[in-house]
Design a protein around this ligand. Structure first.
Ligand SMILES: [Zn+2]
Length: 518
């Protein structure tokens, strides 16, 4: 699910003005995974297809998708492309018809990108840092090469940045990084970096190294949204998103590398001591950009047996937010390996479960969601199925956790009965949830934060199932072993059944407006 106010580094200038506030994957048959028990029995009247949406299959997909080998499925990365292939292969095996570009399953959309040239590195003593670092750039064409003495500037405070830094490699060590999550912490962290860069520039520096002595701080997450990482281009949808971000580019290194650099400067692990003013090294930063980036959605269709010109769309995003600068992956098990696993099982149930529905079913696995719902926006603007023949979108994103927000048998739903877009489809979903032993809680706070929103904006009725934010949301701790597979089974079945009813219903879903009850 999209983070609130997720913004690219191009928006740093805006942010700064805001007030501060491949190893093989384990499978279900792998012995170390605990037995999940038998799938839940189907309630009376349920389509038999639902037996094919089951916990072991969901877990197999979720473990593959949330494996470290997927490297956090960052949009446009090789790992995201491998994930897209996994989904496309699954659709192909099921005999679904491709609905992407050029009669394939992939629908490609163009992106601008800014990335680090591989020469970007830091050298000191016998160490050469070519990976596990981040760069906060000053612009799209930074080209800095410094070779010579390091100049230690403490924590980058006013009285610590002194002397003439021209031609020197300035070093700042941050022991206390801003903590807390979300956009407010981003603004705080970005302002801190911006302030440090301004002071360093004022003292004549043309670039600097920032030692992060605390990997688990929110700074590491902030960097994932705002910095350039090796093999991790910053993407944007338009070249117009330009801006001078920082006064000088900053090269940021995690705790282990920081300790080695500080030792090279004869300082202890906290940056305390008298720095060796003769210590030398080399810092190179080269930023490049072009408009040749791209990412893709995977689209497939199962033709209905009756009114097959009309379709119900099932959507789920498969991308996530990549890797942290210390190399740890944001595995995104709940966000959104869970929904993607659900989509794969739902497709399997439609394709192999027996009777086909009256209307057609479109399966849409999008990328670019975490960057701003880009893949679904592209599909809504360039639909490969006529938009006026799409009768509903059923979207699933984060359906695998029994969290504070939603318990084991509770699922967040939007538009809820108090939302203006509450519809006959959601009312029917509520009835089916009751049969499955589930209850609804309002998910209206997430109405604009996942891919259904791009359908809603075009006037397509939507329903979104989501268990809501939890402490592992967008953290490196969102692992597949924390998912509640029996709950996922229920929610994925509910999504299937809801779409099944719409696909077979005489009428299309209709808006009801806010209601007292569900
Ligand atoms: Zn997310």
């Amino acid at each position: 699910m999209l983070r609130i106010a997720a913004a690219s580094w191009f928006s740093l200038a805006l942010l700064a003005q805001a007030p501060v506030p491949p190893a093989p994957a384990p499978t279900a048959a792998t012995p170390e995974l605990p037995a999940l028990g038998a799938p839940a029995p189907l309630p009376d009247g349920a389509p038999p297809h639902l037996t094919l949406v089951e916990r072991d299959g969901l877990r197999t997909h979720a473990y593959w998708l949330a494996d470290d080998a997927r490297q956090g499925r960052y949009t446009g990365s090789k790992a995201q492309q491998a994930t897209a292939k996994y989904v496309a292969d699954h659709f192909q095996k099921l005999g679904l018809k491709p609905l992407g570009d050029k009669k394939g399953f992939l629908q490609t959309f163009p992106l601008n990108r800014v990335w680090l040239d591989p020469v970007t590195s830091l050298q000191f003593g016998t160490t050469k840092v070519t990976g596990n670092f981040a760069v906060l750039p000053a612009g799209r064409d930074d080209k800095v090469s410094l070779s010579g003495k390091f100049a230690f500037c403490g924590g980058g405070r006013g009285d610590e940045v002194k002397g003439d830094l021209k031609g020197k490699i300035a070093v700042v060590a941050l022991t206390k990084a801003p903590r807390g999550g979300g956009a407010a912490a981003d603004v705080g962290a970005v302002n801190l970096y911006r302030d440090i860069a301004r002071k360093l520039a004022g003292a004549g520096a043309s670039a600097a190294v920032v030692c992060l002595l605390d990997n688990d701080s929110s700074l590491a997450n902030t960097l994932n949204y705002h910095a350039l990482l090796p093999d991790h281009a910053a993407l944007s949808r338009s070249a117009a998103e330009r801006g001078q971000a920082l006064s000088v580019p900053l090269f940021l290194i995690p705790a282990t590398t920081s300790a080695a650099l500080l030792a090279h400067l004869h300082l202890d692990g906290t940056g305390a001591g008298t720095p060796d003013e003769k210590a030398t090294g080399k810092l190179q930063i080269t930023v490049k950009s072009d408009d040749k980036g791209s990412s893709s959605n995977i689209v497939a269709v199962l033709e209905g047996k009756g009114r097959k010109q009309e379709a119900v769309v099932f959507s789920a995003h498969h991308d996530h937010v990549g890797q942290r600068l210390d190399g740890d992956s944001f595995n995104g098990a709940d966000d959104n390996a869970s929904g993607t696993a659900g989509l794969l099982e739902i497709a399997e149930a439609f394709a192999k479960g027996g009777d086909r529905p009256e209307r057609s079913i479109v399966f849409l696995s999008v990328s670019g969601e975490e960057l701003g719902l880009w893949g679904s926006a592209w599909f809504a603007d360039h639909p490969t199925w006529p938009l006026d023949k799409i009768v509903a979108d059923v979207n699933i994103d984060m359906i695998g956790r029994a969290t504070e927000a939603s318990g084991k048998t509770v699922i967040g739903v939007t538009p809820s009965n108090s939302h203006g877009k509450y519809s006959t489809m959601v009312r029917e979903a509520h009835r089916l949830a009751d049969l499955l032993g589930m209850t609804f809680t309002s998910g209206d706070q997430y109405y604009e934060r996942s891919d259904h929103f791009n359908f809603a904006k075009k006037g397509v009725p939507v329903v979104f199932f989501c268990d809501g934010e939890h402490p592992d949301y967008h953290q490196v701790t969102d692992h597949a072993d924390k998912l509640d597979y029996p709950k996922m089974e229920q929610v994925a079945r509910l999504a299937f059944w809801t779409g099944w009813q719409v696909a077979n219903g005489k009428d299309k879903p209709k808006d009801l407006g806010p209601q007292n009850g569900w």
